[in-house]
Design a protein around this ligand. Structure first.
Ligand SMILES: NC(=O)c1ccc[n+]([C@@H]2O[C@H](COP(=O)([O-])OP(=O)(O)OC[C@H]3O[C@@H](n4cnc5c(N)ncnc54)[C@H](OP(=O)(O)O)[C@@H]3O)[C@@H](O)[C@H]2O)c1
Length: 293
């Protein structure tokens, strides 16, 4: 299998590159400096030259608050980029594995969202990602779009990094406790996507389409912060555990509105692809034990 990974320097891209190479696939992993997915000509040239068997899109504009004022770039990366990739895949008759987000939902539902629920994104990031989902689904039949939530890894800016920094700087933290969702380790997402590649490699049929996948169990940002500090303290990464006060979303205003309920129902991926949710506590432990500041 010749696997092309775009957006390879991000949290998911990094995990995909390592795991794809470990599996022995002929892997080309390009970061933004090597391929800007919003540049149609560059996308077509690279796909024509490499002739990959599959493309995995790990590239995205993920700065949720900045997207509110950087609308043009957010849409260029999150809608036009996936469209370019889907068109190139359609021309080459190869599949695209794409990634989307829980932020396509407004969060008003009281139970986990499933794939048939209607998106209603609250901000530019979610709107641009939803537009990307539609662009891919209407351009290419052999596409798998995986909606994930609350992604963390040992690289990049994420909640784990923020909490570790604040826990070292302060004795007390205030963390939002009324948003519910599930942290998802980038390593687990990479495994899901590469399981699909494995199926392709074994010539097993793939039920293409839209899937939800998150870590387990569901939690809040506040409880996630508590777990990060507990584990980091146990591993000797913190001298002390800060007191973490629960606060409401209203007490922590952000530029972009976040969904109150980010829970994604992952039954469909279990039934169709036999992929079960990983416990994010294990992913967190792996991330912290390989942490290099
Ligand atoms: N992070 C989360 O909490 C979260 C939650 C739900 C869903 N997701 C989705 O999960 C996927 C992976 O996210 P992630 O956390 O791995 O994101 P990430 O760490 O921000 O990585 C995204 C990568 O895309 C690159 N990129 C940006 N614009 C590009 C362009 N025009 N062409 C090529 N590459 C470009 C970025 O490069 P630069 O850094 O150089 O800009 C970055 O390396 C995305 O689809 C995201 O929407 C993420």
């Amino acid at each position: 299998m010749d696997v092309l990974i775009v957006g390879a320097a991000g949290q998911l891209g990094t995990e995909l590159r390592i795991r794809s190479q470990l599996r022995g696939y002929n892997t080309t992993a390009v970061d933004r400096s090597q391929l800007d997915i919003s540049d149609t000509t560059s996308v077509n040239e690279l796909v024509t030259r490499l002739k990959p068997s599959v493309i995995i899109n790990a590239a995205a504009y993920t700065a949720v608050d900045r997207a509110e004022t950087d609308v043009v770039t957010a849409y260029a990366v999150n809608r036009d980029g996936p469209l370019n990739l889907a068109k190139a895949c359609a021309n080459a008759d190869i599949p695209l594995l794409h990634v989307s987000t829980d932020y396509v939902f407004d969060g008003h539902k009281l139970t986990p969202y499933n794939e048939t629920d209607t998106p209603n994104p609250q901000g530019v990031y979610g709107q641009s990602k939803y537009a990307g989902e539609i662009a891919v689904a209407t351009t290419l039949q052999k596409q798998l779009t995986l909606r994930v939530s609350w992604v963390f890894s040992a690289t990049g800016n994420n909640f784990v990094r923020t909490i570790l920094r604040l826990a070292k700087e302060r004795d007390e933290l205030k963390i939002v406790a009324d948003q519910t969702g599930a942290p998802t380790w980038a390593g687990d997402i990479a495994e899901v996507l590469l399981t699909v590649v494995d199926r392709m490699n074994q010539n097993n049929p793939i039920p293409w389409g839209l899937y939800h996948y998150t870590g387990s169990p569901v939690t809040t940002w506040h409880a996630f912060a508590e777990t990060i500090c507990d584990q980091a303290f146990e591993l000797g990464m913190l001298d002390k555990k800060p007191i973490i006060h629960p606060i409401t979303t209203a007490e922590y205003p952000t530029v972009a509105k976040r969904p109150q309920n980010s829970m994604l129902d992952c039954t469909h991926i279990l039934n169709e692809l036999n992929i079960s949710q990983a416990n994010w506590n294990n992913g967190l432990r792996k991330v912290l034990t390989t942490w290099n500041g």
